[in-house]
Design a protein around this ligand. Structure first.
Ligand SMILES: Cc1cc2nc3c(=O)[nH]c(=O)nc-3n(C[C@H](O)[C@H](O)[C@H](O)COP(=O)(O)O)c2cc1C
Length: 186
C-alpha cells in the first residue's frame, strides 16, 4: 500500500477481529517499522514484546470488557519504556516521544498489511492495569508498558474520524495570520 493511502486509511479499530493468526513474519515486519522510527539522540529507547501465545492472550483479552479488538486480537504488541528514563539530552529524556514515533510507524505498517489496531495507552494508566499487563509479560521492575497494540483482521468496516479543517490548524509563517491582533496594552 502506498504511504499516503496508509496514512489516510489508518484509524482506531475497536470492533470484532477474526481469529486468523498474525504470522510472526508480519509481527516482525510491523515491529521493524517501529524500530525504524526516529528517536531523541538516536537512543532507540522503545522496546517491544510481540504476543502470540494463546495463554497470555487469553489473560489480556479478559482485561478490557469495552473493546472487542482487545478481547479478540490474535496478536498484540506491547511497547516498553523505562520507569526511570535516562536523561539523554541536557537533562531531558525523550522516551515518550520515541515510543509515540514507533507506535505511529507500526500503526501505518499494520494498516498497510491489511490489519487493524488501536493505540491503547490512556486505558493502561488507570486501575493498575499497566502493572497487571507488565506482570503477565514478566517485565523487570524498571520497565513499563506504555502502549499496547492489538493486531488482527477487522471483521467490520469502521469510519474514519473527522479532522478539524486544515486552515483551522495550520498556517504559513505565523500563527493565525488572519486573526485580528490584540490591541496594545490588552
Ligand atoms: C496518546 C494516545 C492515547 C490513546 N489511548 C487510547 C486508549 O487508551 N484507548 C483507546 O481506545 N484509544 C486510545 N487512543 C486512540 C484515540 O482515541 C484515537 O486515536 C482518536 O480518537 C482518533 O481516532 P483515530 O485513531 O480513529 O483517528 C489513544 C491515542 C493516543 C494518541
Amino acid at each position: 500500500m502506498e504511504l499516503f493511502e496508509a496514512i489516510r486509511r489508518r484509524h482506531s479499530y475497536r470492533g470484532p477481529m477474526s481469529s486468523e493468526p498474525v504470522s510472526r513474519e508480519d509481527l516482525r515486519q510491523i515491529v521493524q517499522a517501529g524500530m525504524q522510527a526516529p528517536s531523541g539522540r538516536n537512543a532507540q529507547t522503545t522496546e517491544f514484546v510481540m504476543i502470540d501465545d494463546v495463554g497470555i492472550l487469553a489473560q489480556l483479552h479478559a482485561l478490557h470488557p469495552a473493546n472487542k479488538a482487545m478481547q479478540q486480537a490474535p496478536a498484540m504488541i506491547a511497547c516498553l519504556v523505562d520507569r526511570s528514563p535516562e536523561k539523554t539530552y541536557e537533562g531531558y529524556d525523550f522516551q515518550l516521544e520515541d515510543c509515540a514515533a514507533a507506535v505511529e510507524n507500526m500503526l501505518l505498517a499494520i494498516t498497510a498489511l491489511g490489519y487493524a489496531s488501536v493505540w491503547i495507552d490512556g486505558w493502561l494508566r488507570l486501575q493498575n492495569r499497566e502493572a497487571v499487563v507488565a506482570q503477565l509479560l514478566r517485565l523487570p521492575a524498571g520497565k513499563k508498558v506504555q502502549v499496547l497494540l492489538p493486531v488482527g483482521r477487522p471483521e467490520e468496516v469502521w469510519p474514519q474520524k473527522e479532522r478539524r479543517p486544515f486552515n483551522e490548524r495550520a498556517w504559513f509563517n505565523s500563527y493565525r495570520p488572519d486573526a485580528p491582533s490584540c490591541p496594545e496594552g490588552d
